[in-house]
Design a binder for this molecule. Structure first.
Ligand code: CU
Length: 198
């Protein structure tokens, strides 16, 4: 079958292509660098963009936090509100998970077993193991879908952010939380450099 386009049809196809390209370009991004004063690594800082009325959708499947080689992995886990975290054990000894802020104790379990916990309220939840007091991790529960964790150099990128004004919040387990207002546009990435101090 051959398709003959008159000029009107061609224009319509062209306009349609342009509008779908614009739809993809309508979000912006925030990139930057966090410096954690006095720490060896600027990693594991949770950077989030907060604003009134943002809606979050928890992932359909649980997000995993493992206990492996006597450590929680990852050490810092940011999730959106109502996310279920699945706590695993990959070691040959039993581990436990409890949280002072969350007021839960999930018990003790062996390799291959797991426990689920759903975080319904935003905030920072320390994860500890009663059997090994040096073990510690953090689940950071957010009211925003726009967040990232810094790499060891302190770099981060939050992509696909709708244009608008946000409060950028940088959370570290040992330093003071820092905030900065950012205006996201579709035109170009916003660059943010923040220094966290004690
Ligand atoms: Cu343990």
């Amino acid at each position: 079958m051959s398709l003959r386009l008159n000029s009107g049809t061609r224009i319509a196809v062209f306009v349609c292509l342009i509008s779908s390209a614009t739809a993809h370009a309508q979000t912006g991004s925030v990139t930057g660098q966090i410096t954690a004063t006095g720490l060896q690594s600027s990693g594991d800082v949770v950077v989030s963009l907060e604003a009134q009325g943002l809606s979050v959708k928890p992932p359909a499947m649980p997000i995993e936090m493992d206990q492996k080689d006597m450590k929680f992995v990852p050490h810092v886990l940011p999730v959106v509100k109502a996310t279920t975290v699945r706590f695993l054990n990959s070691d040959s000894i039993r581990h436990n998970v409890f949280s002072p802020e969350g007021k839960y104790n999930l018990g003790n379990w062996r390799r291959g077993e797991s426990r689920d916990y759903t975080f319904d309220t935003s905030g920072v939840y320390t994860q500890l193991c009663r059997r090994h007091e040096e073990m510690e991790a953090f689940v950071v529960v957010l009211d925003t879908p726009y967040f990232a964790t810094t790499d060891p150099s302190g770099a981060f990128e939050i992509a696909n952010v709708p244009p608008g004004k946000y409060t950028l919040v940088a959370w570290s387990e040992t330093l003071k939380t820092a905030k900065e207002t950012v205006s996201v546009t579709a035109a170009k990435p916003v660059a943010v450099n923040l220094t966290l101090t004690k």
